[in-house]
Design a protein. Structure first.
Length: 330
């Protein structure tokens, strides 16, 4: 997949000091073989930027040079399989990013420049997540931190290995992790975010929402954002706020949206106050009461469709490239 024109920036949570040292030494990131690891692998694409998050500090800045899903990852260095005490489950690290070092630093995330991510962490009560997306303002700030890296990484000797294409399905009979996972709302959220990173797609949706005065190029679409009322699935905000900071929360439902989804989204809108001109509820279909009540709550409804046949399976690229969004008429 080609690099994005407007790269995203993520902080990747690292579980242990030993794993952090391996990530930094070899300029590699690896995600566990469960659903959260698969989701993170879909979220972070070639050309995006990442830092490691460990001990409430951000470590270095890297550009994603290559992505690989590795078969039989338990035998492929550098990470040892990890067993979680709570569940007793053991995970390998098949989902990997090869990184190009850009900046060298170790900075506490209490710095004002990391406010967007620190707020997410505070409202979550800790990490409890494999990754956190930050906004473009944060990326601009970290691009000036520390010192410039030499752009090279220590080569890691590896045995011969095979790779696979990560796929998703709604058919439980063909789930086989880590190659094929259940299609969940988090994957749909990521696909919608990727779809709306295209200025053409975003401008088309803004026009359908009667929000055509906003220019897609002036906005950015971000992943899950923590609020005191919960976690909004997607947040559309101004890339560089000047004088105002418009925010549109987007709630995503894989199936039919229900009245409680309207109430949840309205609570997010109330928290964002006058910076939120509308909310957007995306779903495959809508309960009749949702259709009747949405306009009075300042919420627009958007139906999504997929070209992919998820009774079989599809890659993440096939899902987001075949995604269509259509706003319902008022």
């Amino acid at each position: 997949m080609p690099s994005t024109d407007m790269p995203s920036y993520f902080l990747i949570s690292v579980s242990t000091r030993e794993n952090l040292e391996l990530c930094v030494r070899y300029s590699l990131a690896g995600f566990p073989s469960g659903e959260s690891g698969a989701w993170t692998f879909c979220e972070i694409q070639q050309g995006d930027f990442v830092s490691f998050l460990y001990g409430a500090k951000a470590h270095n800045l890297y550009k994603v040079a290559k992505r690989e899903a590795i078969s039989d990852a338990a035998r492929v260095p550098p990470w040892k399989p990890l067993t979680f005490k709570e569940s007793g489950k053991t995970y390998s690290f098949p989902f990997r990013l090869q990184l190009l070092p850009m900046r060298t630093f170790i900075e506490p995330i209490v710095r004002a420049e990391f406010f967007y991510v620190a707020e997410n962490l505070l409202l979550r009560g800790g990490y409890r997540k494999t990754h956190f997306q930050a906004d473009q303002t944060t990326l601009q700030s970290v691009s000036e931190m520390g010192t410039r890296a030499n752009g090279s990484a220590v080569a890691l000797p590896l045995p011969e290995y095979a790779t696979f294409t990560l796929r998703f399905t709604r058919n439980r009979e063909i789930i086989k992790t880590p190659e094929t996972f259940r299609f969940r709302e988090t994957i749909l959220q990521s696909a919608i975010r990727r779809h709306l990173m295209s200025h053409d797609n975003l401008q088309m949706l803004l026009s359908q929402l009667d929000f055509a005065g906003a220019q897609a190029s002036a906005l950015e679409i971000l992943g899950e954002k923590a609020l005191t009322q919960g976690h909004v699935d997607l947040l559309l905000k101004q890339r560089v706020p000047i004088g105002s900071a418009v925010k549109l929360p987007i709630e995503v439902k894989a199936r039919r949206a229900q009245p409680e989804d309207l109430a949840q989204l309205r609570a997010y809108m109330d928290e964002l106050l006058d910076e939120c001109p509308m909310g957007v509820l995306v779903a495959a279909d809508f309960n009749k009461k949702v259709v009747r009540d949405a306009e009075g709550l300042g919420i627009r409804l958007v139906r999504y469709t997929l070209d992919s046949d998820l009774k079989k399976s599809a890659s993440f690229e096939e899902i987001w490239e075949g995604l269509t969004l259509q706003a319902l008429d008022k």
